[in-house]
Each structure stands twice: as structure tokens, then as C-alpha cells.
Design a protein around this ligand. Structure first.
Ligand code: 6MZ
Length: 387
């Protein structure tokens, strides 16, 4: 299916041209660095989970269905949907299942569609998946057991290789020939802006403990209208002190003092950067902090009104490091190939430009130079196979 997942609106124009780019964009190897696990679940999977909950009498299926299937969502509605999603994905088994490949939930249930398998089918060769560790006493879940459930899901997928900094990246040429796409996956743990300092520190400590399993960094995310920078700073400083790279959701809504504080903190990457004033823009360009650009997400949540006006163009023209990402492909009805196709059409990029962007993303992953180089080799091998 090469169809466009996002219906054309005035904000996301040129759907025919975007559609024509899709097969090629699918075929090239890609790198995904900004995708939230619970935002990557397909609507069909959410509906399947909702139907189970409604059979248990805990939710009204039709009400939930209407929320899940709603097309355009404001930023506020988006965060309401996340609350619902989190209600549906509370137990370890579901967390494992949404992370892994197609699997049956108890024998007689239809297959659940997997997050990682979805990325692999888009020819993503390297994925830094992010998720917020959650605790829920009623199902015996701690932040640690939540992350373990995610890893269990990753390990259950035959074509996933979880890599940590100290491990070699291996690509088996034979397996490539058999067209089994290996996707290299690592985790970033997210601090939710609703959390207090103590909870944020707990997440950083967990990330440090789980580095050996493939946790490679920290993300600060959640409703950008909630929480205060000062609350998270001690946790972020701890991560920095211990050498754990950091990416911050920065400037998703206008908040000048926070944007300035974030840029001055000099995180390893930032996401979004939609609402920067001129002086902050200058600060960003001078800093060379790579920006994770999420085109569809920004337009859907109306943090950017019209796609052709997206700051992608300024970043690209300034040769500022940027990475094309999806944010929440499940919620925004997109995928990484479509984001590349949108970039091509809206900003007049060539195939060479797109391929350069995809490969260049590897320069900004949270890994040492050896891992980067190895992945660059895998990328080049993968290009030759698709050529
Ligand atoms: C800020 C976002 C986000 O962590 O439960 N998240 N935070 N801005 C966004 N732009 C739309 N999209 C997702 O995945 C869902 C969580 O990721 C963050 C929110 O905290 C959301 O609850 P996990 O796997």
C-alpha cells in the first residue's frame, strides 16, 4: 500500500506528489530518532485493546472509538488521547506486545500490530525509541519492570538487534540477502513534564542502570504547557554528569525563558524548535544542536500553521543539523517514509538530498564513533541492495 496515510488538508498540501514519492522513500534505508512508543501504536491496535477493556466493562467502546478515530487533533486533545492510551497499555504483557512483532494476545485474539515491526517495514535500519517509564502499583508495575517489559518486546522480534554502546553492531550479509531487514534498536527514557524532581531523578538513575541493556539517553517530553524547567534540571544535570546524552522537547509552544534555558543547557539534541524568537533562533544556529524535525506532528498540533512555512526550510538552508522524524506515527497517521516524501515535495529536495539527510542522521545518534561508523557501513550496504 503506497497510499498516503494522512489525508490532504490545506495545512499539508500536494498529496498527489507526496504519494508519488512514497515508493522511493520507503525503499531507502532510514534512521528514526524521535518516536514515542505509545504514540507509535496503530489505531487498529488501540481499538483492539479498547474492545478487550470494554468486554471487561471498564470502558465504553463507542466513546473510546470516537476519540481514537478522530482525524485532526489539537495539542491539548493529543495529550488527552495519551491519557487514554496509557489506560489501555497499563500491564506488562501489553507493553511487551505493543513493542514486539505481530503476536497473538492469548490464543484466540486477533494479531496486535507491532511498533518495531512497523518501523522495520519502512526500512528503518536504526531506531532510538523513546518511552516514559511508568509505575502502577495495582498491576505490580515499577518503572524498572515497565522498561523490562519493553525490552522483552524488542527481544521477541527476530529481526531486532538491541545494541548498547559497548556492543558491536553486527549485520549479517546473508540475512540481508534473504531480505530480512535487521533493525537496530535502542531506548531513550523519557521524563514526563508532569513528574516531580524525585521521579525525574529515578528515571535517570534507571537509565544509568540499564545502559548495559541498550538504554542510551534521556528525553524530556510531555505536555509542553505543564511543568517547569527548574523541576527537571537536577535530573538532567545528573544525566549530564554521568555522560548520558539528553534530548529535550524544546519550543513546542511559546515559552521564551524555558527555550533560552534549554538552549543554554546545550542538550545533545532537541525536538521540534517551533516557537523560537529571532534571538533564540540565532542562538540555536550558533549552537549546532541537532534538531529532530517532526513535520506532520507540528502541523497537526498547529504549532506550525502551514507545512510549506515549516522551519525545516530555514534549518536546511542554514545547513543546520536536522533529522527527519515521526514523533507519534500512530497518533498522527504518518510514517517515516511519508515524512521524507513531505520534505521532498514541500521543500523541493532531490533524491540525493533525501539520501544525504537519512545517512547524515547517523552522525547525531547517541553512540560512540565506532557504532556510528558500523551503522554507516550498514546503511551503504542497504542502499546498494535497494538500488
Ligand atoms: C511532547 C510528547 C509528544 O512515553 O508513553 N509525547 N511530548 N510533545 C509531543 N508532541 C505531540 N508526543 C508524545 O509515549 C507517549 C508520551 O510521549 C510524550 C508524552 O509524554 C506522551 O504521554 P510513551 O511511550
Amino acid at each position: 500500500d503506497d497510499g498516503l496515510k494522512t489525508s490532504a488538508t490545506h495545512a499539508i498540501p500536494f498529496s498527489d506528489e507526496v504519494r508519488s514519492w512514497m515508493p522511493w522513500c520507503r525503499s531507502i534505508p532510514k534512521v528514526e530518532l524521535h518516536a514515542h512508543l505509545n504514540g507509535s501504536i496503530r489505531s487498529s491496535t488501540l481499538l483492539e485493546l479498547a474492545s478487550r477493556f470494554s468486554k471487561m466493562g471498564t470502558i465504553n467502546f463507542h466513546e473510546v472509538q470516537a476519540i481514537i478515530l478522530k482525524g485532526d487533533r489539537s495539542l491539548t486533545e493529543c495529550f488527552k488521547l495519551f491519557e487514554l492510551i496509557h489506560l489501555l497499555t497499563t500491564d506488562h504483557q501489553v507493553i511487551t506486545q505493543i513493542t514486539k512483532e505481530v503476536c497473538a494476545y492469548e490464543n484466540d485474539c486477533p494479531a496486535l500490530f507491532p511498533v518495531v515491526e512497523d518501523f522495520a517495514s519502512e526500512n528503518v535500519i536504526y531506531l532510538e525509541l523513546r518511552t516514559t517509564p511508568k509505575w502502577n502499583a495495582s498491576v505490580g508495575m515499577t518503572k524498572k519492570s515497565y522498561v523490562e517489559a519493553v525490552f522483552a518486546g524488542l527481544k521477541a522480534v527476530e529481526t531486532v538487534q538491541v545494541i548498547s554502546n559497548s556492543l558491536d553492531v553486527k549485520q549479517n550479509g546473508l540475512e540481508m540477502e534473504r531480505s530480512k531487514r535487521i533493525i537496530h534498536v535502542r531506548l531513550l527514557l523519557s521524563i514526563d513534564r508532569r513528574e516531580n524532581t524525585e521521579a525525574a531523578i529515578e528515571t535517570v538513575q534507571l537509565a544509568l542502570d540499564m545502559q548495559k541493556f541498550g538504554v542510551v539517553g534521556i528525553d524530556l517530553s510531555g505536555n509542553p504547557r505543564v511543568g517547569d524547567w527548574k523541576t527537571f534540571l537536577p535530573a538532567l544535570k545528573l544525566a549530564r554528569e554521568k555522560g548520558l546524552p539528553i534530548t529535550l522537547h524544546c519550543g513546542e509552544v511559546p515559552n521564551q525563558s524555558e527555550i533560552q534555558n534549554m538552549l543554554s543547557f546545550q542538550p545533545e539534541r532537541i525536538g521540534h524548535a517551533c516557537c523560537l524568537e529571532e534571538s533564540e533562533w540565532a542562538q540555536l544556529l550558533q549552537s549546532s544542536i541537532p534538531v529532530e524535525v517532526c513535520l506532520t506532528s507540528n502541523v497537526r498540533t498547529e504549532t506550525v500553521p502551514f507545512l510549506p512555512d515549516h522551519h525545516f526550510a530555514s534549518l536546511y538552508n542554514s545547513r543546520h543539523p536536522l533529522i527527519v522524524c515521526t514523533d507519534d506515527p500512530g497518533i498522527f497517521g504518518t510514517d517515516i517514509s511519508q515524512e521524507y516524501a513531505l520534505a521532498a515535495v514541500c521543500f523541493g529536495l532531490t533524491k540525493e538530498n533525501l539520501q544525504f539527510l537519512a545517512r547524515n542522521a547517523l552522525k547525531h545518534i547517541f553512540a560512540n564513533d565506532d557504532v556510528k561508523e558500523e551503522l554507516e557501513n550498514i546503511f551503504d550496504l542497504s542502499v546498494n541492495i535497494t538500488d
